[in-house]
Ligand binder design. Structure first.
Ligand code: JFZ
Length: 504
């Protein structure tokens, strides 16, 4: 009996694996990606080529560090409000409208949908935000024009649920776009397609003709808003789409394909990530042939690739919160792990060492002030960036044996090693494959002007494929932060001593 039930269990497990696995393989946007074995003929595949070569995309590739800002009426509740609290395992703070619990007020949705009447951020100074981002070292920023709650921070002509109806009245998107552009920071607009409170939005496959009519209106509304954003803010560099996972949208692949084309025609150079649309087989981010749908991978959210190979050479960025989750304002950060400045610098260097950008999220409060902890982190990152930014901007992945001390980045013949793990003997040992002719010939620590001693060492590994160059970190150099060893690569001038092999 026992054996029988165990067998049943095994059979059930096999069935689950069998039926679940094939679907999961294709829904895998992060982690290692399987390439489909045979190519499918696609009508609604990628519109732009892989690794666009134009100036806008080159600029994207060189950003290194970005800033995300989640701001909207959810900033007023700040993660806990009138008996509603996200602190006990509920979703993120900007999702507060969707919370349900025993202490949630009965008319909660109604309360939330009227919060905009209190949205009057008296301390909002976009130039202050932009200055802070600039000082932090951000080269681009992504701003929430409209999140899932549907509230538009610009005075859209296509819905009345927008900023012009709040006591604040003014066009926040315009203020943000102008302030950041003035600081030389490129702006991307976050746009949630799905809207929780729009009667024409349907979150499942369309069935009835009534639903069809409604959703058609919703699609037209979305198109109008996007064209309006491009019309109003022609300075923007791209869109960061979200809320595109429902079957209604997935089944609208012909509409979304045409819309992507239209947006690109209206705004040459526009950058759109892989979270906008899917192919005719419902494949999102990557189409049925495993090709990227959009200009860059947009699935790296709160997690970074562990392996460079997983990226298949695609452009990408990663968006990151300081708390574990929660993009909108969270008034109370106590009792949760919040990433430290050094955690974030590690993530930044991991990202750029793999040809990606790191985008750090900020969630200002209902008055327009950044969280004090975010202020502090922005400042600390900025101080670090002032000294070390050349290891971050415009750098590329390095094809050398992975360093144990930190991350490599490279710009032409300059090699950077950002050291997170300082070795006890103060020797940064650089492994250079024997077949390479360029080796470190000069080294300094960024922010210091002393040339570091380099020596060639032979550490006696059988059939060794590498040569080793030892960079001496001065013992008197102290740093409680990661630091960067900048090396010039050049023709080697060391002589490999051919020692006599032992007779055995
Ligand atoms: C979405 C939003 O729901 C969230 O509020 C926030 O704006 C974030 C930046 O984007 O959240 C997602 C969307 C997609 C995934 C995870 C969270 N995903 O693909 O894993």
């Amino acid at each position: 009996m026992k054996i029988y039930s165990r067998n049943k269990f095994v059979l059930l497990a096999i069935m689950i694996i069998h039926f679940v696995t094939p679907k999961m393989v294709n829904a895998q946007w992060t982690g290692p990606k399987d390439k489909p074995r045979e190519r499918k003929e696609l009508k609604y595949g990628p519109i732009t080529p892989k690794n666009r070569k134009d100036n806008d995309m080159n600029a994207f590739r060189n950003y290194g560090l970005g800033q995300f800002i989640h701001w909207g009426v959810y900033a007023i509740p700040g993660n806990e409000w009138q008996g509603v609290s996200a602190r006990k395992g509920a979703p993120a703070s900007e999702w507060i409208r969707s919370w349900e619990g025993p202490t949630t007020p009965k008319n909660w949705l109604n309360i939330y949908d009227n919060l905009y009447k209190q949205f009057n951020p008296k301390d909002f100074a976009p130039s202050k935000w932009a200055k802070q981002a600039k000082d932090m070292g951000a080269k681009y920023m992504i701003f929430t024009t409209k999140h899932h709650d549907g509230f538009a921070l610009w005075p859209t002509k296509y819905s009345t649920y927008n900023i012009s109806k709040s006591p604040y009245k003014k066009d926040i998107v315009k203020e943000v776009v102008e302030a950041y552009t003035a600081e030389g920071i490129d702006v991307f607009l976050y746009f949630s397609v799905l809207e929780w409170n729009n009667p024409n939005y349907i979150d499942k496959a369309i069935e009835t003709s009534e639903e069809k009519k409604k959703f058609k209106m919703f699609l037209e509304y979305t198109r109008n808003q996007l064209l309006e954003l491009l019309e109003n803010y022609p300075q923007i560099k791209g869109f960061w789409f979200d809320g595109t996972w429902d079957d209604s949208w997935i089944n609208s692949y012909e509409f979304t394909y045409n819309l992507e084309k239209e947006l690109r025609e209206k705004h040459p150079g526009l950058i759109i990530g892989s979270r906008f649309r899917n192919d005719e087989f419902g494949e999102r981010h990557f189409d049925s042939n495993g090709d990227l749908l959009g200009d860059y991978e947009q699935g790296w959210e709160r997690k970074l690739p562990a392996k460079y190979e997983w990226l298949n050479g695609n452009d990408w960025d990663a968006v990151m919160t300081i708390p574990p989750n929660g993009w909108g304002y969270m008034k109370d950060w106590s009792g949760i792990y919040t990433k430290t400045t050094n955690d974030l610098l590690d993530m930044l260097m991991r990202s750029v060492s793999m040809d990606g950008n790191l985008v750090l999220n900020f969630g200002p409060d209902g008055n327009g002030n950044m969280h004090p902890e975010e202020d502090k982190i922005a400042k600390q990152i900025g101080e670090w960036m002032k000294v070390n930014n050349e290891a971050v901007y415009g750098v590329r992945h390095v094809e050398l044996p992975e360093p144990k001390l930190g991350y490599y980045t490279q710009k032409d013949s300059i090699l950077y090693l950002t050291v997170f793990n300082r070795p006890v003997n103060n020797i940064a040992r650089i492994s250079i494959p024997n077949k390479l002719t360029k080796v470190p010939v000069e080294a300094v620590i960024l922010g210091q002007n002393q040339l570091l001693k380099i020596s060639h060492s032979d550490i006696g590994i059988d059939l060794d494929e590498n040569n080793y160059f030892d960079i001496q970190i001065p013992t008197e150099f102290q740093s409680s932060n990661p630091f960067v060893i900048k090396m010039k690569l050049g023709k080697s001038n060391y002589k490999s001593q051919k020692l006599m092999d032992a007779k055995m």
